[in-house]
Design a protein around this ligand. Structure first.
Ligand code: SF4
Length: 333
Protein backbone atom coordinates (compact mmCIF):
# COMPACT_ATOMS: atom_id res chain seq x y z
CA UNK A 1 0.00 0.00 0.00
CA UNK A 2 1.39 3.39 -0.98
CA UNK A 3 0.91 6.23 1.45
CA UNK A 4 -0.30 9.50 -0.13
CA UNK A 5 1.98 11.68 1.97
CA UNK A 6 5.15 9.79 1.19
CA UNK A 7 7.74 11.11 -1.22
CA UNK A 8 7.16 9.53 -4.59
CA UNK A 9 10.81 8.54 -4.88
CA UNK A 10 11.13 6.98 -1.45
CA UNK A 11 8.57 4.83 0.36
CA UNK A 12 10.46 5.24 3.62
CA UNK A 13 10.05 8.98 4.06
CA UNK A 14 7.27 11.47 4.69
CA UNK A 15 7.18 14.84 3.03
CA UNK A 16 8.07 17.83 5.25
CA UNK A 17 4.50 18.68 6.26
CA UNK A 18 3.64 15.10 7.20
CA UNK A 19 6.87 14.83 9.17
CA UNK A 20 5.87 17.91 11.16
CA UNK A 21 2.39 16.44 11.79
CA UNK A 22 3.94 13.18 12.92
CA UNK A 23 6.15 14.91 15.45
CA UNK A 24 3.34 17.10 16.80
CA UNK A 25 0.86 14.27 17.20
CA UNK A 26 3.32 11.85 18.70
CA UNK A 27 4.75 14.35 21.21
CA UNK A 28 1.34 15.67 22.22
CA UNK A 29 0.11 12.09 22.78
CA UNK A 30 3.24 11.32 24.80
CA UNK A 31 2.85 14.43 26.94
CA UNK A 32 -0.64 13.35 27.96
CA UNK A 33 -0.28 9.59 28.09
CA UNK A 34 3.22 8.61 29.04
CA UNK A 35 3.66 6.10 31.81
CA UNK A 36 5.17 7.46 34.98
CA UNK A 37 8.30 5.36 35.35
CA UNK A 38 10.98 5.90 37.99
CA UNK A 39 13.72 6.62 35.44
CA UNK A 40 11.60 9.36 33.90
CA UNK A 41 11.59 11.45 37.07
CA UNK A 42 14.73 13.30 36.08
CA UNK A 43 17.44 13.21 33.45
CA UNK A 44 20.18 11.80 35.58
CA UNK A 45 22.54 9.99 33.16
CA UNK A 46 23.32 7.18 35.60
CA UNK A 47 19.63 6.39 36.12
CA UNK A 48 18.79 6.64 32.42
CA UNK A 49 21.73 4.39 31.57
CA UNK A 50 20.74 1.82 34.20
CA UNK A 51 17.15 1.70 32.95
CA UNK A 52 18.23 1.35 29.32
CA UNK A 53 20.55 -1.55 30.11
CA UNK A 54 18.01 -3.30 32.31
CA UNK A 55 15.27 -2.90 29.70
CA UNK A 56 17.29 -4.68 27.03
CA UNK A 57 15.50 -8.00 26.47
CA UNK A 58 13.40 -7.45 29.60
CA UNK A 59 9.87 -6.04 30.07
CA UNK A 60 9.21 -2.84 32.06
CA UNK A 61 7.13 -4.71 34.67
CA UNK A 62 10.00 -7.13 35.31
CA UNK A 63 12.54 -4.32 35.61
CA UNK A 64 10.77 -1.95 38.06
CA UNK A 65 11.63 -3.71 41.35
CA UNK A 66 15.16 -4.57 40.25
CA UNK A 67 15.80 -1.01 39.15
CA UNK A 68 14.81 0.48 42.52
CA UNK A 69 16.70 -2.16 44.49
CA UNK A 70 19.85 -1.75 42.38
CA UNK A 71 19.75 2.02 42.85
CA UNK A 72 19.40 1.68 46.60
CA UNK A 73 22.48 -0.54 46.62
CA UNK A 74 24.49 1.52 44.12
CA UNK A 75 23.05 5.05 44.09
CA UNK A 76 25.85 6.61 42.01
CA UNK A 77 28.23 5.62 39.28
CA UNK A 78 31.08 6.02 41.79
CA UNK A 79 29.51 3.51 44.17
CA UNK A 80 28.98 1.07 41.31
CA UNK A 81 32.57 1.47 40.13
CA UNK A 82 33.91 0.81 43.64
CA UNK A 83 31.78 -2.31 44.23
CA UNK A 84 33.02 -5.88 44.01
CA UNK A 85 31.82 -7.74 40.93
CA UNK A 86 30.09 -10.38 43.07
CA UNK A 87 27.99 -7.66 44.76
CA UNK A 88 26.99 -6.21 41.39
CA UNK A 89 25.99 -9.63 40.09
CA UNK A 90 24.04 -10.32 43.29
CA UNK A 91 22.09 -7.08 42.84
CA UNK A 92 21.43 -8.08 39.22
CA UNK A 93 20.20 -11.54 40.22
CA UNK A 94 16.87 -12.43 38.71
CA UNK A 95 17.26 -10.23 35.63
CA UNK A 96 19.38 -12.68 33.66
CA UNK A 97 21.82 -11.86 30.87
CA UNK A 98 24.56 -11.17 33.43
CA UNK A 99 26.93 -9.93 30.77
CA UNK A 100 24.98 -6.67 30.93
CA UNK A 101 25.84 -6.28 34.63
CA UNK A 102 29.52 -7.06 34.05
CA UNK A 103 29.67 -4.55 31.21
CA UNK A 104 27.95 -1.88 33.32
CA UNK A 105 30.44 -2.47 36.08
CA UNK A 106 33.35 -2.12 33.64
CA UNK A 107 31.79 1.02 32.11
CA UNK A 108 31.29 2.57 35.57
CA UNK A 109 35.00 2.08 36.28
CA UNK A 110 35.89 3.68 32.94
CA UNK A 111 33.60 6.67 33.61
CA UNK A 112 35.24 7.24 36.98
CA UNK A 113 38.78 6.71 35.73
CA UNK A 114 38.66 8.34 32.31
CA UNK A 115 35.93 10.97 32.74
CA UNK A 116 36.28 11.92 36.42
CA UNK A 117 32.92 10.31 37.25
CA UNK A 118 31.00 12.49 34.76
CA UNK A 119 29.09 10.88 31.95
CA UNK A 120 30.41 11.87 28.51
CA UNK A 121 27.73 13.54 26.40
CA UNK A 122 29.04 12.73 22.92
CA UNK A 123 27.87 9.67 21.01
CA UNK A 124 31.43 8.56 20.17
CA UNK A 125 32.60 8.76 23.81
CA UNK A 126 29.51 6.91 24.99
CA UNK A 127 30.01 4.17 22.42
CA UNK A 128 33.59 3.73 23.54
CA UNK A 129 32.30 2.53 26.94
CA UNK A 130 31.83 -1.22 27.52
CA UNK A 131 28.31 -2.47 26.77
CA UNK A 132 27.11 0.74 25.11
CA UNK A 133 26.16 0.28 21.47
CA UNK A 134 24.41 2.45 18.93
CA UNK A 135 20.99 2.21 20.55
CA UNK A 136 22.08 2.86 24.16
CA UNK A 137 24.40 5.72 23.17
CA UNK A 138 21.59 7.42 21.24
CA UNK A 139 19.12 6.87 24.08
CA UNK A 140 21.42 8.41 26.72
CA UNK A 141 22.61 11.25 24.47
CA UNK A 142 19.09 12.25 23.43
CA UNK A 143 17.29 11.80 26.76
CA UNK A 144 19.98 13.29 28.98
CA UNK A 145 21.85 15.70 26.73
CA UNK A 146 19.15 16.55 24.17
CA UNK A 147 21.38 15.34 21.33
CA UNK A 148 19.62 14.80 17.96
CA UNK A 149 20.17 11.04 17.75
CA UNK A 150 17.34 8.65 16.91
CA UNK A 151 16.94 5.28 18.58
CA UNK A 152 15.80 2.06 16.98
CA UNK A 153 14.66 -0.86 19.10
CA UNK A 154 12.12 -3.62 18.44
CA UNK A 155 9.19 -1.27 19.14
CA UNK A 156 10.43 1.45 16.79
CA UNK A 157 11.14 -1.10 14.07
CA UNK A 158 7.60 -2.48 14.30
CA UNK A 159 5.95 0.96 14.32
CA UNK A 160 7.92 2.20 11.31
CA UNK A 161 7.37 -1.04 9.41
CA UNK A 162 3.62 -0.66 9.82
CA UNK A 163 3.48 3.08 9.23
CA UNK A 164 5.37 2.85 5.95
CA UNK A 165 3.97 -0.54 4.97
CA UNK A 166 7.43 -1.83 4.24
CA UNK A 167 9.73 -4.18 6.07
CA UNK A 168 12.57 -1.92 7.20
CA UNK A 169 15.86 -3.15 8.58
CA UNK A 170 19.49 -2.16 9.01
CA UNK A 171 20.72 1.25 7.88
CA UNK A 172 17.52 2.27 5.99
CA UNK A 173 15.57 1.72 9.22
CA UNK A 174 17.94 3.96 11.20
CA UNK A 175 17.79 6.61 8.48
CA UNK A 176 14.00 6.58 8.55
CA UNK A 177 14.03 7.05 12.32
CA UNK A 178 16.56 9.90 11.99
CA UNK A 179 14.41 11.65 9.37
CA UNK A 180 11.37 11.64 11.66
CA UNK A 181 13.20 12.68 14.84
CA UNK A 182 12.18 15.95 16.46
CA UNK A 183 15.27 18.15 16.67
CA UNK A 184 13.60 20.24 19.38
CA UNK A 185 12.78 17.38 21.76
CA UNK A 186 14.82 14.36 20.62
CA UNK A 187 14.77 12.58 24.00
CA UNK A 188 11.01 12.84 24.43
CA UNK A 189 10.48 11.94 20.79
CA UNK A 190 12.56 8.77 21.09
CA UNK A 191 10.71 7.76 24.23
CA UNK A 192 7.40 8.51 22.54
CA UNK A 193 8.24 6.25 19.61
CA UNK A 194 9.14 3.39 21.92
CA UNK A 195 6.10 4.06 24.13
CA UNK A 196 3.82 3.96 21.10
CA UNK A 197 5.17 0.53 20.20
CA UNK A 198 4.97 -0.69 23.79
CA UNK A 199 1.38 0.32 24.59
CA UNK A 200 -0.48 1.06 21.30
CA UNK A 201 1.18 -0.50 18.26
CA UNK A 202 1.36 -3.89 19.95
CA UNK A 203 3.03 -6.86 18.24
CA UNK A 204 -0.05 -9.05 17.86
CA UNK A 205 -2.98 -6.69 18.03
CA UNK A 206 -2.20 -3.05 17.35
CA UNK A 207 -4.70 -0.72 19.03
CA UNK A 208 -5.25 1.41 15.94
CA UNK A 209 -8.53 2.93 17.19
CA UNK A 210 -6.63 4.91 19.86
CA UNK A 211 -3.46 5.52 17.85
CA UNK A 212 -2.42 9.19 17.64
CA UNK A 213 -0.86 8.70 14.20
CA UNK A 214 -3.64 6.59 12.70
CA UNK A 215 -4.27 8.94 9.78
CA UNK A 216 -0.56 8.92 8.87
CA UNK A 217 -0.22 5.13 8.91
CA UNK A 218 -0.14 3.17 5.66
CA UNK A 219 -1.31 -0.16 7.06
CA UNK A 220 -3.53 0.73 10.05
CA UNK A 221 -3.27 -2.70 11.53
CA UNK A 222 -3.47 -4.69 8.32
CA UNK A 223 0.21 -5.62 8.51
CA UNK A 224 0.41 -8.16 11.31
CA UNK A 225 3.78 -9.16 12.54
CA UNK A 226 4.53 -12.60 11.24
CA UNK A 227 6.74 -14.45 13.64
CA UNK A 228 8.33 -17.72 12.81
CA UNK A 229 7.23 -20.28 15.38
CA UNK A 230 10.19 -21.12 17.60
CA UNK A 231 10.70 -24.79 18.32
CA UNK A 232 11.19 -25.27 22.05
CA UNK A 233 13.37 -28.12 23.25
CA UNK A 234 12.50 -29.98 26.43
CA UNK A 235 14.99 -31.24 28.96
CA UNK A 236 14.94 -32.75 32.43
CA UNK A 237 17.65 -31.73 34.89
CA UNK A 238 18.22 -32.74 38.49
CA UNK A 239 19.56 -30.84 41.50
CA UNK A 240 20.27 -31.64 45.12
CA UNK A 241 19.13 -29.39 47.94
CA UNK A 242 21.19 -30.23 51.01
CA UNK A 243 20.72 -28.41 54.32
CA UNK A 244 22.93 -28.56 57.35
CA UNK A 245 21.98 -26.55 60.41
CA UNK A 246 21.15 -23.19 58.83
CA UNK A 247 23.30 -23.57 55.74
CA UNK A 248 22.73 -24.77 52.18
CA UNK A 249 25.33 -26.50 50.01
CA UNK A 250 26.01 -24.42 46.88
CA UNK A 251 28.50 -24.65 44.04
CA UNK A 252 30.04 -21.86 42.00
CA UNK A 253 30.07 -22.07 38.22
CA UNK A 254 33.58 -21.89 36.75
CA UNK A 255 34.88 -18.35 36.12
CA UNK A 256 35.60 -19.29 32.49
CA UNK A 257 32.17 -20.90 31.83
CA UNK A 258 30.52 -19.47 28.72
CA UNK A 259 27.17 -19.27 30.51
CA UNK A 260 26.72 -17.41 33.79
CA UNK A 261 30.39 -17.59 34.84
CA UNK A 262 31.02 -17.25 38.57
CA UNK A 263 27.36 -17.49 39.62
CA UNK A 264 26.22 -19.79 42.43
CA UNK A 265 23.75 -22.64 42.08
CA UNK A 266 22.66 -25.92 43.61
CA UNK A 267 24.79 -28.96 42.70
CA UNK A 268 23.46 -30.71 39.60
CA UNK A 269 23.18 -34.48 39.88
CA UNK A 270 23.10 -37.12 37.18
CA UNK A 271 19.82 -39.03 36.98
CA UNK A 272 21.68 -42.22 37.99
CA UNK A 273 22.39 -40.61 41.39
CA UNK A 274 18.78 -39.60 41.95
CA UNK A 275 17.95 -42.34 44.42
CA UNK A 276 15.40 -40.52 46.56
CA UNK A 277 11.99 -39.18 45.54
CA UNK A 278 11.93 -35.65 44.18
CA UNK A 279 10.52 -33.15 46.59
CA UNK A 280 10.13 -30.25 44.21
CA UNK A 281 9.56 -29.73 40.51
CA UNK A 282 10.24 -26.36 38.92
CA UNK A 283 9.66 -25.24 35.34
CA UNK A 284 12.29 -22.99 33.85
CA UNK A 285 12.88 -21.72 30.32
CA UNK A 286 16.13 -20.43 28.88
CA UNK A 287 15.89 -19.15 25.30
CA UNK A 288 14.65 -22.16 23.28
CA UNK A 289 14.79 -24.82 26.00
CA UNK A 290 12.04 -25.63 28.51
CA UNK A 291 13.54 -27.35 31.54
CA UNK A 292 11.70 -29.60 33.94
CA UNK A 293 13.84 -29.24 37.05
CA UNK A 294 13.53 -31.97 39.68
CA UNK A 295 14.98 -31.20 43.08
CA UNK A 296 16.01 -33.92 45.50
CA UNK A 297 16.42 -33.04 49.17
CA UNK A 298 19.28 -34.68 51.02
CA UNK A 299 23.04 -35.24 50.76
CA UNK A 300 24.79 -34.01 47.63
CA UNK A 301 26.87 -36.44 45.55
CA UNK A 302 30.32 -36.94 47.12
CA UNK A 303 32.17 -35.48 44.12
CA UNK A 304 30.39 -32.11 44.43
CA UNK A 305 32.86 -29.33 45.14
CA UNK A 306 31.16 -26.42 46.77
CA UNK A 307 30.54 -24.60 50.01
CA UNK A 308 28.11 -24.51 52.89
CA UNK A 309 26.55 -21.06 52.76
CA UNK A 310 24.55 -19.69 55.73
CA UNK A 311 20.97 -18.98 54.67
CA UNK A 312 21.31 -15.36 55.76
CA UNK A 313 24.23 -14.88 53.33
CA UNK A 314 22.50 -16.40 50.32
CA UNK A 315 20.53 -13.30 49.22
CA UNK A 316 23.82 -11.40 48.89
CA UNK A 317 25.34 -14.03 46.57
CA UNK A 318 25.10 -13.78 42.78
CA UNK A 319 22.78 -16.73 42.13
CA UNK A 320 21.63 -18.10 38.81
CA UNK A 321 17.99 -17.30 38.07
CA UNK A 322 17.13 -20.97 38.38
CA UNK A 323 18.85 -21.36 41.77
CA UNK A 324 16.96 -18.32 43.04
CA UNK A 325 13.70 -19.80 41.80
CA UNK A 326 14.32 -23.17 43.48
CA UNK A 327 15.44 -21.62 46.77
CA UNK A 328 12.39 -19.36 46.81
CA UNK A 329 10.05 -22.25 46.10
CA UNK A 330 11.74 -24.31 48.81
CA UNK A 331 11.27 -21.29 51.14
CA UNK A 332 14.99 -21.02 51.82
CA UNK A 333 15.06 -17.34 50.77
S1 SF4 B 1 -2.45 2.93 13.16
FE1 SF4 B 1 -2.22 0.90 14.04
S2 SF4 B 1 -0.59 -0.10 12.85
FE2 SF4 B 1 -0.46 2.11 12.45
S3 SF4 B 1 1.02 2.88 13.93
FE3 SF4 B 1 -0.97 3.13 14.86
S4 SF4 B 1 -1.31 1.26 16.07
FE4 SF4 B 1 0.40 0.86 14.64
Amino acid sequence: MKHPAMNSDDRRKFDALTTRRWRQRLLSWYDHNRRELPWRQDRDPYRVWLSEIMLQQTRVSAVLDHYCRFLRRFPTVQRLAAARESSVLAAWSGLGYYRRARMMHAAAKAIVKQHGGKFPGGIADLRALPGIGRYTAAAIASIVFNAPAAVVDGNVERVLGRVFGAGLAGEPLWQTAEALLSRRRPGDFNQAMMELGAVVCLPRQPRCSICPVFSLCATRGSLQQVKKPIRQNRRDIYYALDRRNSSIFLVQRPKHASLMPGLWELPEIPISSASRPFSLTVRHSITVTDYRVRVMRGPVPVQSRGRWVPKTRIPQLPLTGLARKILRQAQVI
